[in-house]
Write a protein that binds this ligand. Structure first.
Ligand code: PLP
Length: 358
């Protein structure tokens, strides 16, 4: 057994030994041909994972900073947020604190974001930016991007679309170019299966152009500063090289697995987990049709003693999730993403079965 329990929380997720090894690769200079070669190869493979020709920024801080990169470089009239859980609500709060004109479609937790609601708000003409979370980690809800993409293409082609894919990027197929997402962001501690503290975003020409006309963006999150260094396959500030070497390894693993197999694996693990929950008489927390492929949020209608299960699993070397924020104790979440394969999931659920029966 390793020093720490194996993580079965929806982030940070389990990092496998082959990836951990790459985090101690020797360092290279950040203004050298070596770094440009590394960044170039990463960018090329990330573009494949996201089905995009958009620019890919590699960012050495948490995804929360990218919420602000997205809004600071795009909002001139106002930003419409869609809040259906803890992270989408925090993003709306970040926009308020930045002083943007902000409105928020507030959903009951467990519900998916809906194109008709967005249409009603955007038709007021008060917003030039739409911000939403694809996969709400707090509730296990995955919203339908296709219907929102159709709406924006047909009725609001000038609106900039910002999408948080923190717990879906690299675990769920997101066809950025055909959907027309202008700014897709994620950090690496979820479906990428890397440690936290590093992020990735895909940035369209539309938001790059819009950014030119926005004053007072500051320096650190200015897309124009990123662009200057992107052209040289560098980053504006000294990057986290361990993350980059390990990301290179993750991309090698993704290439070996094959993208279609990767998406299929995540769907199969989500189906397996949902069936496990339902066969135990529990319910799924998300509304039907919005269940995530990367984590399953289970409504504890059987009133299992979650704290006791948690302690027992811990004694066996597994760190369980007990629900996020207001949902603590009422739900629990099972992650199945990144370096978790079907065998790991079955192992975890088998031990959970033993523990529940004790
Ligand atoms: N968005 C979502 C959907 C998340 O799940 C999280 C973290 O769990 C975040 C944003 C924040 O990510 P970070 O901690 O990398 O800033």
């Amino acid at each position: 057994m390793s020093k720490y329990p194996k993580l079965f929380i929806p982030g940070p997720t389990h990092v496998s030994d082959d990836i951990l090894e790459l985090l101690s690769t020797e360092q290279i200079g950040h203004r050298t041909p070596e770094i440009s070669e590394l960044i170039g190869s990463i960018i090329s493979d990330v573009k494949n994972v996201l089905y995009t020709d958009n620019n890919i920024y590699l960012v050495s801080h948490a995804a929360t900073g990218l919420w602000e990169m997205g809004t600071k470089n795009s909002v001139s009239k106002g930003v419409l947020h869609c809040s259906n859980g803890a992270f989408s609500s925090k993003w709306a709060l970040s926009s308020e604190k930045n002083g943007f004109y902000t409105d928020n479609i507030e959903y009951e937790w467990g519900k998916g974001v809906n194109a008709e609601d967005i249409d009603k708000k955007l038709s007021t003409g008060k917003f030039d930016v739409l911000a939403m979370v694809h996969n709400e980690t707090s509730t296990g809800v995955m919203s339908n991007l296709e219907s929102i993409s159709e709406l924006l293409k047909n009725k609001y082609p000038d609106v900039i679309w910002l999408v948080d894919a923190v717990s879906s990027m690299a675990g769920i197929k997101i066809d950025v170019d055909s959907l027309g997402i202008d700014f897709l962001l994620s950090s690496t501690q979820k479906a990428w299966g890397l440690p936290a503290g590093f992020s990735i975003c895909a940035v369209s020409d539309k938001i790059i152009d819009k950014s030119l006309s926005i004053p007072n963006k500051g320096y650190f999150l200015d897309i124009q500063v990123y662009e200057k260094y992107y052209k040289k396959l560098q980053t504006p500030t000294t990057p986290s090289l361990p993350h980059m070497f390990a990301l290179r390894k993750v991309l090698d693993n993704i290439n070996s697995e094959g993208l279609d197999n990767r998406w299929k694996r995540h769907i199969q693990m989500s189906e397996f987990t949902r069936n496990w929950a339902l066969n135990h008489g529990q319910q799924l927390f998300p509304e039907k049709g919005c269940e995530s492929y990367t984590l399953t949020c289970i409504k504890n209608i059987k009133n299992w003693d979650i704290n006791s299960i948690y302690e027992k699993l811990l004694s066996k070397g597994y760190r369980m999730d007990r629900g996020y924020g207001n949902l603590k104790g009422k739900v629990f979440r099972i992650p199945h993403m990144g370096n978790i394969y079907m065998d790991d999931l079955k192992e975890y659920l088998t031990i959970m079965d033993e523990v529940i029966c004790q």
